[in-house]
Design a binder for this molecule. Structure first.
Ligand SMILES: *Cc1c(COP(=O)(O)O)cnc(C)c1O
Length: 446
């Protein structure tokens, strides 16, 4: 039997695997870590070192690696039905999942359309919005609006409503222009006053920018797409729920669809199951992915209202929504999602997370008060802070130093953040905070 060492795996991976979101040459100096297995919040390499997965493996893993309850559901599903096409056929996991999700919105968003990754869900929402206006006799509503700093995925359509230069600039000539409006990020507030007053002032100013645009060309706009409460990929930019209320009212007044991208912020991440619940509004389209399958399998979906569904319902085939993906509604992925939702119910997760969040916020106070830290912020199970005068290559050096401390963390620019799975023990919470402080001090010392 051939025995592979840690360095064999690294060499073989670098020869044949093109890694995502990576300048591959950086791996000449930054370690690539081959994972041999996962258990709970921890990933293990081939030399027995372990890493606390403080960012839920890119925000997907809610209840730990190798979760016994999700594993059992998947093993059962595997022996029953691994996949069947979803055109002309249907199956129990996709039906039950759609019913459960509909119930979670009080049946306002009662129709779920499935795909595999987040970017595809965004594409679906954009196409559905445009097509439903067209079916309703408003073919001139063709434009989309996104927020400054927005991130909605990296396929050509999703990138067109993304405003992160690093991901977008190289492909500019390929992208359809969209309108970009002011960010409601509370760090941009000019006012003085309490944190809440400043956040609400910025929410009002950003909503006024939406109103200006809608007044100007609302009749040309199909939809505005927003990542509610926390714009994650731009560096955990947080805003007040008031912003969502104001934009919802403007969308109603000007006949513009509201698309909420809850791919990262959904599934309890911000403290409620859906982030938009904190504003007391529902969108016309809601995109879910990432955590919905517990971090097990690729699954995404778009939930929408009955009036939009009805705009496609016809004896004319071309009025239908003919979009499809090979693995649409995959039974294994849907079953993983059902097991995930079951854990939310069985363990009263949203309540249990409040105590975990309070403990981590408390444990992070030395960082919140640190003289080289500003804008310490938290919502639900998301924490972030910005490094003051971060040294060159801060993010990459932080990642590498964190791995030496048994932590998986990847700052965005000079923003350090945590999005841990919802299963951390008190000991793991305290260890995460202490280790992050140690890593931060080491990296800031240069
Ligand atoms: C991750 C993400 C996407 C894209 O999802 P993929 O599965 O990576 O295509 C879209 N929107 C938001 C807000 C995300 O965080």
């Amino acid at each position: 039997m051939e025995l592979n060492t840690q360095s064999d795996w690294v060499a073989r991976s670098l020869r044949s695997v093109w890694h995502p979101c990576t300048q591959m040459q950086h791996h000449e100096t930054i370690p690539l870590i081959p994972v041999s297995r996962g258990k709970g919040a921890w990933l293990y390499d081939h030399e027995g070192r372990r890493y606390l997965d403080a960012i839920s493996s890119w925000w997907v893993n809610l209840f730990g690696h190798a979760n016994p309850r999700i594993n059992a559901a998947l093993k059962d599903q595997l022996d029953t039905l691994e996949h069947a096409m979803l055109a002309g056929f249907t199956h129990e996991p996709v039906i039950e999942l759609s019913e459960k999700l509909s119930a979670l919105t009080g049946h306002v968003l009662g129709h779920s359309f499935y795909a595999s990754d987040g970017a595809s869900a965004v594409e679906i929402a954009l196409k559905m919005s445009f097509h439903s206006w067209r079916n309703d006799g408003h073919a001139d509503k063709q434009e989309f609006v996104c927020l400054k700093g927005s991130y909605h995925g990296e396929t050509i359509g999703a990138l067109a409503v993304t405003d992160v230069a690093l991901f977008k600039d190289a492909y500019g000539p390929l992208l359809r222009a969209s309108q970009t409006v002011m960010s409601p990020d509370w760090r941009l507030a000019e006012e003085t006053g309490s944190a809440e007053e400043r956040a609400q002032a910025q929410a009002r100013r950003a909503a006024a920018d939406v109103e200006r645009l809608f007044n100007e060309r609302g009749d040309k706009i199909a939809a505005i797409i927003i990542e509610p409460l926390v714009q994650c990929a731009t560096g955990m930019a947080m805003h007040d729920p008031l912003y969502l209320q104001l934009v919802r009212a403007l969308c109603d007044k000007h006949d513009v669809h509201l698309i909420l991208d809850e791919i990262a912020v959904g599934c309890g991440r911000t403290g409620t199951f859906f982030a938009c619940e904190q504003a007391g509004v529902w969108p016309d389209f809601l995109c879910l992915s990432k955590g919905i399958s517990g971090g097990y399998l690729p699954l995404s979906l778009v939930m929408t209202r009955d009036d939009i569904y009805q705009a496609f319902y016809s004896n004319d085939v071309t009025r239908g929504f003919l979009h499809s993906h090979s693995y649409t509604g995959n039974p294994l992925a849907c079953r993983a999602a059902l097991a995930t939702l079951h854990i939310f119910e069985e363990d009263d997760v949203l309540n249990a997370n409040k105590a975990k969040a309070a403990r981590l916020t408390q444990a992070l106070q030395p960082l919140a008060q640190h003289e080289r830290v500003r804008n310490f912020r938290q919502r639900g199970m998301i924490w972030a802070f910005d490094a003051i005068d971060a040294p060159k290559d801060f993010s990459r050096n932080f990642f590498a130093t964190a791995t030496e401390h048994g932590l998986l963390m990847r700052p965005i620019g000079s923003t350090v953040y945590m999005m841990p799975p919802y299963i951390l023990s008190d000991e793991e919470i305290d260890g995460l905070a202490a280790n992050t402080l140690a890593v931060f001090n080491q990296v800031m010392a240069g």
